[in-house]
Design a protein around this ligand. Structure first.
Ligand code: CO8
Length: 260
């Protein structure tokens, strides 16, 4: 049993709720990603599990995205292993046969937004202090092609072009406007709303829905599957550049200072 992920599985409904609980901000470290993947895989293989709700057990934050500490001051081998785990998480979630619903009960930048984007449906708490988006360019880094593809598949090409170049983080209302999230609810109703959506999706004949999901997503999934090694090398080459190491270090310092 992992400790960064808590899974509540209700056998009677076939729905699992996955609570991310890696303090303080559910950043996606190598350890976290490994546990995350094992949890998803277990549920995926369990015939009784048909739906997965992903939410945060931490206050105010869904997930702060990739753990920046995994991306600087480490060896190329470490970066490669880390990136492989990020790919693995995306592949598992984006190609899941389960119905997946993100219950976004806090801010969800970058990799956190990616997790939400892999789901079939996104419900966000209507708190204007929360934000969501792929803000990579603001850190001086570039969202990989499959982050981009995932966003295009959700909000279309034009919204993606603006969103990615400016590294925009949207408040819930603006996120709803461009279709980055599907529904806003008061925070205390988010799990109830996710459960309600889940029953609607689970009422559709399973096989037809799964094949349709796969038809929609397979080309995007196959593109990464066919290019995994090159994508890893690309990440390692990029992240080991002195200029990128500097940007990430400065960003991390900025995060710490902002707090003080
Ligand atoms: N990684 C590591 N540590 C983090 C991260 C992170 N992503 N985010 C926050 N932390 C740390 C903070 O430094 C702070 O540490 P400490 O307590 O030691 O000072 C602690 O977590 C708490 O953070 P905050 O005080 O900022 O908490 P708040 O509740 O005020 O804010 C936020 C929460 C909104 C999540 C805020 O922390 C934030 O904006 N974080 C940065 C999020 C971000 O920009 N993530 C981008 C990561 S990059 C990514 O996911 C995709 C990269 C794609 C790769 C591209 C190829 C190179």
């Amino acid at each position: 049993q992992s400790n960064k992920i808590k899974v509540d599985f209700d056998q009677s409904t076939g729905v699992a709720v996955m609570h991310m609980q890696s303090p303080p901000v559910n950043s996606l470290s190598l350890d976290f990603l490994t546990e995350f993947c094992i949890s998803v895989e277990k549920l995926e293989m369990d015939k009784g599990c048909r739906g997965l709700i992903i939410t945060s057990g931490q206050p105010k934050v869904f997930s702060a995205g990739l753990d920046i500490l995994e991306m600087y001051g480490k060896s190329p081998e470490h970066y490669a292993e880390f990136w492989k785990a990020v790919q693995e998480m995306w592949l598992k979630l984006y190609s899941s046969n389960m119905v997946t619903v993100a219950a976004i009960n806090g801010s969800s930048p970058a990799g956190g937004c990616l997790v939400a984007l892999t789901c079939d449906y996104r419900i966000m708490a209507d708190n204007p202090r929360y934000s969501i988006g792929l803000n990579e360019t603001q850190l001086g880094i570039v969202a990989p092609f499959w982050f981009k593809d995932t966003l295009v598949n959700v909000v279309g090409h034009r919204n993606t072009e603006i969103s990615l170049q400016l590294g925009l983080l949207y408040n819930p209302l603006d996120a709803l406007k461009i279709g980055l999230v599907d529904q806003l609810v008061p925070e205390d109703q988010i799990l109830a709303a996710a459960t309600q959506t889940m029953s609607k999706w689970l009422a559709i004949p399973e096989h037809a829905r799964q094949l349709t999901k796969s038809m929609m997503r397979l080309p995007t999934v196959d593109k990464l599957r066919a290019n995994r090694e090159a994508d890893i090398q690309n990440f390692v080459g990029f992240v080991t550049k002195e200029s990128i190491q500097k940007s990430l270090r400065m960003y991390m310092e900025m995060l710490k200072q902002r707090k003080a």
